[in-house]
Design a protein around this ligand. Structure first.
Ligand SMILES: Cc1ncc(COP(=O)(O)O)c(C=O)c1O
Length: 420
């Protein structure tokens, strides 16, 4: 099988709307490496878009899924329940931020978790409004798109979207938006667009993922919490990309000392199996009536088995701490190259959730240089993802299980790619 033949078949058989970044096809993968159908090897710093904190095919995950497969693969939890679903909910309730009684419901994708968090918030408050942030990404379903704060390519041609959704600017000092600016914009929304008493939820990413790995300042998160408390609004942390060890904590909200009312999670939760969740205050989670939440595949037994193994592996291999150490190494490497790569505008992030933003000589975004770095790295066998509303940011999503030697090799390739 040749990559070029597969590209031709893909173009004929699948719609262009399912945009595909690479022109090579996966044959097999192991931990932080992936091989294509022509035998070329890549170091995988994309990790299936932040899904593989525990690496490709971790033996413990495979064993857990094989054991589950030998017993049953699907009953529909809402018809015939199974203990592992309950056990995973208990474990997440015990670990998610917030010292209060929690409950967790499982779904399949990140967007579905977001949809359900908004359903729960509306049911619990009896209010319609939702506030999200510019640059935020919350998925490709109707509500996910409505909440997403980036038009192209996510929203083009797909409206109208659900109503009562408003956006405020996300703070970003580099681009001239202070915490104060964001908070003022929220107050302005309350004056010009919606009475805060009609707002069910404010949803935000503690570190914006697709939006460019912008880290929410602590003052901002604390102010959001206070604003929500003042007006009876629920604070929803979308931890779909930040969760499960990426930021040096199991959940990014642990960095802030305040808890959200509801947390969405997906991606690395089940290490490559489709599973998402909403975890939140028990009384809020119980607001929707029986039958209002769920889905045919929601909390699939194989995915749940994999997620239980992910928690075990994260804890046994101390991967959350290791992620923070690896993130520091990457950050040091990038900072060390700064004097020789004038395009570097900023190296930022938290834990292993690190990104580098590129600018042109006049300070404007440099998506061309970003694409060049990505292409040069790929040619040398390192798969990198970009992000940011201007496409001028490279984000690093290496598995936290990556062996030191492979990490060193990747950092060498990255340096070469940056230096041209
Ligand atoms: C913060 C955030 N929320 C929601 C989503 C949507 O997740 P999914 O693609 O699994 O629907 C994503 C995906 O990148 C995300 O990063």
């Amino acid at each position: 099988m040749r990559n070029a033949d597969l590209v031709r078949r893909k173009d004929a058989a699948t719609p262009r709307g399912v945009g595909v970044m690479c022109n090579f096809y996966a044959e097999r993968a192991d931990n932080a490496e992936i091989w294509d159908v022509e035998g070329k090897r890549y170091i995988d710093f994309a990790a299936g878009i932040a899904v593989l904190n525990t690496g490709h095919r971790h033996p413990r995950l495979l064993q857990a899924m094989q054991e589950q497969m030998a017993r049953f693969t699907h009953t529909a939890y809402q018809i015939v329940p199974y203990a592992s679903y309950v056990e995973l909910a208990e474990k997440i309730n015990a670990r998610a931020p917030g010292r209060f009684a929690k409950k967790t419901a499982f779904f399949t994708t990140g967007a579905e978790a977001v949809e359900n968090a908004i359903k729960i918030a509306r049911a619990a408050t009896g209010r319609p409004g939702v506030i999200a942030f510019s640059g935020g990404f919350h998925g490709r379903t109707m509500m996910g798109m409505a909440l997403t704060g980036k038009v192209a390519p996510y929203k083009v041609g797909f409206g109208p979207f659900p109503g009562e959704i408003f956006h405020a600017p996300y703070p970003c000092e580099l681009h001239g938006v202070s915490v104060e600016d964001s908070l003022k914009a929220l107050q302005q929304l309350f004056k010009s667009d919606i009475d805060p008493k009609r707002v069910a939820a404010i949803i935000f990413e503690p570190v914006q993922g697709e939006g460019g790995f912008h880290v929410a300042p602590a003052a901002f998160v604390k102010a959001l919490r206070a604003l929500c408390n003042e007006h009876g609004i629920l604070l929803v942390a979308d931890e779909v990309q930040t969760g499960f060890g990426r930021t040096g904590k199991l959940f990014a909200m642990e960095h802030y000392g305040v808890a959200p009312d509801l947390t969405t999670m997906a991606k690395s939760l089940a290490g490559g199996m489709p599973l998402s969740a909403v975890c939140g205050r028990a009384e809020l989670m119980d607001a929707p009536a029986p039958g209002g939440l769920g889905g045919t595949y929601a909390g699939n037994p194989l995915a749940v088995a994999s997620a239980l193994a992910v928690l075990e592996v994260l804890e046994q291999e101390k991967l959350v701490d290791r992620g923070a150490v690896l993130g520091d190494r990457l950050r040091d490497k990038l900072e060390g190259l700064r004097s020789r790569v004038p395009q570097i505008a900023q190296v930022r992030g938290v834990g292993a959730m690190i990104a580098v933003e590129f600018k042109q000589a006049d300070g404007s975004p440099d998506p061309d240089f970003t694409r060049q770095v990505q292409a040069r790295a790929l040619e040398r066998g390192l798969l990198l993802l970009s992000c940011g509303v201007d496409g001028n940011v490279i984000r690093f999503l290496f598995p936290l299980t990556i062996p030191d030697a492979v990490m060193d090799e990747a950092l060498g390739i990255l340096a070469d790619a940056l230096l041209g």
